[in-house]
Design a binder for this molecule. Structure first.
Ligand SMILES: NC(=O)C1=CN([C@@H]2O[C@H](COP(=O)(O)OP(=O)(O)OC[C@H]3O[C@@H](n4cnc5c(N)ncnc54)[C@H](OP(=O)(O)O)[C@@H]3O)[C@@H](O)[C@H]2O)C=CC1
Ligand SMILES: O=C(O)[C@@H]1CCC=N1
Length: 289
């Protein structure tokens, strides 16, 4: 196997570009830099306005309003625009196929299947594509990311994609059919947990705790519980049982959660996000918003 891209990654000459410089691009850039795998001079980001580019520029990252510049300069291009922007954005890129055949595009756009992204990128000479769903906690190196590799991508490009994504936290390569559901659990999941943390803190405030204390306790409790599941390998049900003393406070609270449909609410949330992902793909195929 020719390891052109892996060699560039190791020599720290691989150029990685971001089209779109919003929340997720910033989170991924942060993880890449923190990992030490790439340095600022290997990164370029583009966006129409300076709103998000300013902070990156201050860190020594090249920025531009011209997406073409990112495509031309970079070996790996991470597509970080909203799904509905993508078709219009691609049409305006004029870089020719001769420049793109050996590039890797990593799409993090929710809902868009590899086949659809490939169709839009075919004008660039069929570059390699990886579809990934990271989450915003990448910003604090506590992220998750699932990804799927397009069939036929050469081992060098696929290895470089995996290496870059590996800095995002808990990272798994999955069949593409699992990406929508995995995104609904982990990509959108932080939002569900923020609501849970806010509500836990509200409960504490209702029962007389100062807001700051209630919120810190709630957030640390979520972190601690997550770490328990990951580090002990025990089933969450068993860990729950270990907190519930017979006739105690926790089982009374669990009963209240069950009466109020806590489990059902989370299952419905994941189902809704997964189905919405499928709808986003259909809308791009039919050209609707
Ligand atoms: N947020 C999340 O938790 C997750 C998001 N995703 C996916 O990541 C993608 C980005 O989401 P997120 O970062 O939250 O979105 P943001 O709204 O934070 O960022 C979008 C970025 O795209 C830029 N942009 C808009 N139009 C163009 C264009 N024509 N060319 C280049 N850049 C453009 C915006 O520019 P400007 O700064 O000028 O406004 C902005 O920097 C989405 O596809 C989403 O589905 C996936 C997993 C998790
Ligand atoms: O809400 C969204 O569309 C994106 C995808 C996953 C998290 N946020």
């Amino acid at each position: 196997m020719s390891e052109v891209f892996l060699s560039k990654l190791e020599a720290r000459t691989l150029q990685v570009g971001f089209i779109g410089a919003g929340n997720m691009a910033q989170a991924i850039i942060n993880s890449l830099l923190k990992s030490g795998m790439v340095s600022e001079n290997q990164l370029t980001a583009s966006a129409p306005s300076d709103t998000r580019l300013c902070a990156l520029r201050k860190r020594g990252i090249a920025t531009t309003h011209d997406n073409d510049e990112v495509v031309q300069r970079c070996d790996v291009v991470v597509l970080c625009v909203k799904p509905h922007i993508f078709p219009h954005m691609v049409k305006k890129i004029s870089t020719g196929p001769e420049n793109c055949r050996t590039k890797l595009f990593i799409s993090i756009m929710a809902g868009l299947p590899i086949a659809l992204v490939a169709q839009y990128l075919s004008c660039f000479g069929a570059p390699a594509i990886i579809r990934a769903t990271p989450n915003t906690p990448c910003l604090v190196t506590e992220g998750c990311c699932v990804y799927a590799v397009q069939d036929g991508v050469n081992a060098d490009l696929s290895a470089v994609g995996s290496r870059l994504l590996s800095v995002l936290g808990l990272v798994r390569c999955v069949p593409e059919q699992q990406i929508d559901a995995a995104g609904a659990v982990a990509g959108s999941g932080p939002a569900y947990i923020y609501v849970a943390i806010e509500a836990l803190a509200d409960g504490g405030v209702k029962m007389g705790l100062p807001r700051e204390l209630a919120q810190s306790l709630a957030a640390q409790t979520v972190r601690g519980a997550g770490t328990m599941v990951l580090q002990t390998g025990k089933h969450p049900g068993q860990l729950k049982d270990e907190v519930c003393s017979p006739g105690g406070t926790t089982i009374a609270a669990i009963h209240a959660l069950e009466k109020n449909g806590f489990r059902n609410a989370l299952i419905c949330a994941v189902e809704a996000a997964t189905l919405r992902s499928g709808e986003l793909a259909k809308q791009q195929q039919t050209g609707n918003k």
